[in-house]
Design a protein around this ligand. Structure first.
Ligand SMILES: [Zn+2]
Length: 227
């Protein structure tokens, strides 16, 4: 157990959260076949309601890197390690040329690739910050994009969402992995853990006082097309 210097609150050394808010009991071990790389905006790391930590600690094959503008060589080494094919989980940006963004490469034929040849790349940030991260990291712009279709409604109700079908990072990642792994891995324990996480966090932070918006932007926000 560690303590933070500013507050001396005891911190759980496993999940890195204040002990009263520890999520270790919610961690389930999921043996995902498609590796996941979570690129987390620095604002998300200390946010008690962020779901990426639970996701990362529950998936056997997961990396989490915190930053906004990554060093290109570092980012490339994470993206392309072990000759895996990285796929960015991100909605289409029809106006990408007008915004000066690079064109995403064509999605490879996924049915010709084994799940363990793939790497799912997820940006864990608010919608606005995720666009900024995309803008700042050119390699992310040109990665083949994966989009989700027909997902169940979000069970994540503790942060304000821009649209009804917007999902948390944890949910979006589970559904994307399920899609890529053709339902071979069961993510139900992790989604159930998230329901408990939502209940736990709602008890600490009343939603009415929350001014943050939902992490991982799933649906494009038509009202905010600019970076
Ligand atoms: Zn913990």
């Amino acid at each position: 157990m560690n303590t933070t210097p500013a507050t001396k609150r005891p911190i759980c050394s496993n999940c890195n959260r204040p002990v009263r808010n520890c999520i270790c009991a919610l961690i389930s071990t999921i043996t995902n076949e498609v590796e996941i790389l979570i690129l987390q905006h620095p604002d998300e790391a200390p946010n008690a309601k962020n779901t990426a930590g639970l996701l990362h600690l529950s998936l056997k094959s997961s990396q989490l890197k915190i930053g906004e503008h990554f060093v290109t060589q570092d980012l490339d080494s994470w993206l392309f390690a072990d000759q895996k094919q990285p796929l960015l989980l991100y909605p289409e940006i029809p106006e990408y040329q007008a915004l000066g963004l690079g064109a995403p490469r064509t999605l490879p034929s996924l049915n010709l690739m084994a799940p363990n040849q793939l790497r799912l790349v997820v940006i864990d940030a608010t919608w606005r910050k995720s666009r900024k991260m995309l803008y700042l990291n050119r390699t992310l712009q040109i990665l083949p994009r994966m989009m989700l279709t027909e997902t169940p409604p979000s069970i994540y109700k503790i942060r304000k969402a821009h649209s009804e079908n917007q999902l948390s990072t944890l949910e979006a990642s589970c559904y994307a992995l399920q899609q890529l792994e053709q339902q071979q891995v069961d993510y139900a324990p992790l989604l159930s853990a998230m329901r408990l996480f939502v209940a736990q966090q709602s008890a600490f932070v009343p939603m009415l006082h929350d001014q943050n918006d939902l992490s991982n932007p799933f649906a494009p926000d038509e009202r905010n097309p600019n970076l």
